[in-house]
Design a protein around this ligand. Structure first.
Ligand code: PBG
Length: 367
């Protein structure tokens, strides 16, 4: 604060009443801080003490992100030695199984423990009932067998829902009035899960949001002797506009209507706890919240309510926004990605499905 004194000169008064230390160039590194003086404020707490150096900050970090927290989603197509780019998802090509094996080996080498598989099916294989989803010789079962043979230790998560397989793009069976039928769909999903487990999936992940599907899938798996196959339930899956690029990747956009009669209303948080409680009671081994970034409050609430591991899905639209801004030079991609993933973990996610997984794992190794 500048103030005129009797001499008419301006002096600067420090609010603490002490002299200002002479300004010297800021030392490099982490050594900045007030110089010692006996006349400072006598504060009972100075949280900045523990932020003074990188080493201190590392000691008191409450959350640490590692490649082991990440799950990498991958898109699979039929054919040989081919990749097909996804417009809004740079670096997330659709890949034939032989090309998938190469990426999966790299994923494994980077310390990422798991991949989640999604099929981009030839339209000629789709029908009203998603029959292709039940074929032992289908694209995903073949991919699973090849991956298991090559990389037995890599955890394979197979999605359970009909939307990549149906001509209408809905996750379930539909009647002639356009209603998504719950119970008949659940019977199909249970058989689909059994087929995926038989192919060698370590985890089946129902993303359909039908009521009662976790219990039915558990019964179908146990009935076929697949006691060790776990279920990662998309418990709180919202009817979200953030899925757009994924639907382009799979060609699975609903051909009419939307998914609001089965996916959750973004207005609801309490309801996520209800879904999670039901899935847990039906035998889910893991719970998931999706999307992640706009739903971190839901991640936190689930983490507090359940003893099961909680996964968060950093979905395609979240990825596309980061990639688009980074391509413009408007954000620092690496810093934004690592901050975002760390925030998801801090919110309570034990695992994060993310299309950034390989980049993030590399950056974490460099750090
Ligand atoms: C569908 C499914 C969707 C995603 C995963 N499984 C989209 C949808 O419900 O329409 C979205 C993933 C993403 O956007 O990254 N069963």
């Amino acid at each position: 604060m500048a103030q005129a004194d009797g001499s008419g000169q301006s002096t600067v008064l420090e609010t603490s009443g002490r002299a200002i230390a002479p300004l010297s160039p800021a030392p490099s590194g982490d050594l900045q801080g007030d110089p010692p003086t006996a006349e400072g404020m006598h504060l009972s707490a100075r949280p900045r003490r523990l932020r003074r150096t990188a080493t201190l900050r590392r000691m008191v970090a409450e959350t640490v992100l590692t490649p082991a927290d990440l799950i990498y989603p991958l898109f699979v197509i039929d054919g040989v030695n081919e990749t097909v780019p996804v417009a809004a998802m740079p670096n997330c090509e659709r890949r034939t199984i032989d090309r998938l094996l190469v990426v999966a080996a790299e994923v494994h080498r980077l310390g990422i423990p798991a991949i989640a598989l999604f099929p981009a099916l030839d339209p000629s294989l789709k029908d009203e009932r998603g029959s292709e989803a039940l074929k032992e010789s289908g694209l995903i079962p073949r991919a699973i067998r090849a991956l298991k043979a090559a990389l037995p230790d890599l955890v394979l998560i197979a999605d359970v829902a009909l939307d990549p397989y149906t001509t209408h793009g809905h996750d379930g069976l539909v009647d002639d009035r356009g209603t998504i039928l719950n119970d008949p769909t659940v019977a199909v999903l249970a058989e689909m899960a059994r087929v995926l487990a038989a192919a060698g999936a370590d985890v089946v992940a129902p993303s359909d949001m039908m009521d009662g599907r976790v219990g039915a899938i558990r019964a179908a798996l146990d009935g076929a002797g697949f006691y060790e196959t776990s279920i990662m339930a998309y418990s709180a899956k919202y009817a979200s506009a953030y899925y757009g690029p994924f639907r382009d990747a799979l060609g699975s956009a609903p051909q009419w209507g939307d998914k609001r009669t089965y996916q959750m209303d973004p207005a609801n948080g309490r309801e996520a706890l209800r879904e999670a409680q039901l899935d847990g009671a039906e035998g889910a081994d893991w719970l998931m919240v999706k999307p992640a970034l706009a739903y971190l409050d839901v991640v936190t609430r689930l983490r507090q309510e359940t003893r099961l591991p909680v996964a968060a899905y950093n979905v395609s639209g979240e990825y596309a926004m980061v990639k688009a801004a980074a391509a413009q030079g408007w954000i620092d991609e690496r810093a934004v990605v690592l901050e975002t993933l760390l925030a998801m973990k801090r919110a309570g996610a034990d695992s994060i499905l993310t299309y950034h997984a390989m980049d993030a794992a590399r950056w974490l190794q460099e750090a």
